[in-house]
Design a protein around this ligand. Structure first.
Ligand code: ATP
Ligand code: MG
Ligand code: FE
Length: 347
């Protein structure tokens, strides 16, 4: 069987064709980065309009590259939650329409779970059970993943997402969007210990939550001093930008690494899967690798092209299909917030 997977949760219009053996027949990602660049962040209305323009060409190109026809598709899967309402709606509507027209089953998938499933696709082997860390533009979530259909949220951000913090700090430093890659690049020549930025909640053993807004504010005041002026208007030397970027990045990485390994202790699991755009960060990857080697943890980090939004990770739909879990045409976009499925940490 062949699955068409559709992804339009944020600002990437993507489709892929995968088999029940998790073989990828084709994958197409149309990025909108250029459209949002001048605003320093994703503008929801622009994103949804761009999805409308791109969704059909992207699906057609995917089918063409796989050398099959729409009639060969056995199921249609779509990320229906969470994300931007207008963006999700485009993918969900396309998927429902195709499922109806082709008379094939529809499978709704959770975008954050798909980000973890990117690790399964990359590893080419079973990765469950594992602790899953999703770090992206809109989310920062730690999951206890017992199996591909059983994700329990252990911790999340109480304010900004990790990627959002990268993007906002990049604007303050006058670095181009998307902020993650620019901060990473600037940080290469910087001193990660130049500024003592806060690591909120890191030392609190009773929570696996994250908080990055205080860090963001600390960077702001490191740039402006006590003044209230716009940080992006402050003239900084290249070295200052590098040091600020490196110190900020180190603070984020400390929190992500610390809480992930704490989650491994709590769950007793020995595998950590990391997905989402921020997982592309080189410093984070190095630190995770060091820590995993030290603690004998099986670490799977999604490769760069599976970190940011794509439809290959939507192959998690195959797991639902195998379990007989389908949706009907009442499937709706659920922009939603991430809901914690359990009480915090016990013991
Ligand atoms: P979500 O998955 O929460 O809906 P999204 O789709 O916008 O959000 P992704 O496409 O997974 O998120 O990731 C985009 C984010 O990843 C951006 O915030 C970007 O700055 C960040 N990012 C990309 N590369 C890097 C990097 N090398 N270092 C740090 N952050 C990065
Ligand atoms: Mg994106
Ligand atoms: Fe994403």
């Amino acid at each position: 069987p062949v699955f068409l997977t559709i992804e339009t949760t944020c600002d990437e219009t993507a489709a892929a064709l995968v088999t029940d053996q998790l073989e990828v027949l084709a994958s197409v990602v149309a990025s909108q980065d250029k459209l949002h660049q001048q605003y320093g962040g994703v503008v929801p209305e622009i994103a949804s309009r761009a999805h409308v323009e791109r969704i059909l060409p992207v699906i057609h190109e995917t089918v063409q590259r796989a050398g099959i026809s729409l009639a060969d598709i056995d199921a249609v899967a779509v990320a229906y939650t969470p994300g931007l309402a207008g963006s999700l709606l485009v993918g969900v509507t396309a998927a429902k329409t195709l499922a109806l027209a082709l008379g094939k089953p529809l499978i709704g998938i959770n975008h954050l779970q798909a980000h973890i499933y990117a690790c399964r696709m990359a590893a080419g082997r079973d990765v469950f059970p594992c602790v899953g860390l999703v770090i992206s533009g809109g989310h920062t979530c730690l999951y206890r993943c017992r199996d591909p259909l059983d994700f329990e949220l252990l911790g999340t951000t109480i304010d900004d997402a990790a990627g959002e913090a990268f993007d906002k700090v990049a604007v303050m430093l006058g670095l181009p969007y998307p902020g993650g890659p620019s901060i990473q690049k600037a940080a290469e020549k910087g001193d990660p210990h130049k500024y003592a930025f806060p690591r909120a909640l890191l030392d609190d053993p009773n929570t696996l939550d994250f908080s990055f807004s205080g860090l963001k504010t600390a960077v702001r005041y490191a740039i402006t001093g006590p003044g209230r002026h716009d940080p992006s208007q402050v003239k900084l030397s290249d070295q200052e930008v590098a040091d600020l970027a490196a110190s900020f990045q180190e603070a984020v990485v400390d929190c992500l690494v610390g809480k992930s390994f704490r989650a491994l202790e709590i769950t007793g699991f020995h595998r950590l899967c990391v997905g989402g755009g921020v997982a592309a960060n080189k410093r984070l990857r190095t630190r995770l690798e060091e820590e995993a080697a030290r603690r004998n943890v099986d670490l799977v980090i999604a490769p760069l092209k599976l970190c940011t939004d794509n439809a290959v990770m939507g192959a998690i739909a195959v797991e639902k299909w195998k379990a007989g879990v389908f949706d009907d045409l009442y499937l709706d976009a659920e922009p939603g917030v991430v809901r914690r499925s359990s009480a915090l940490i016990h013991g």
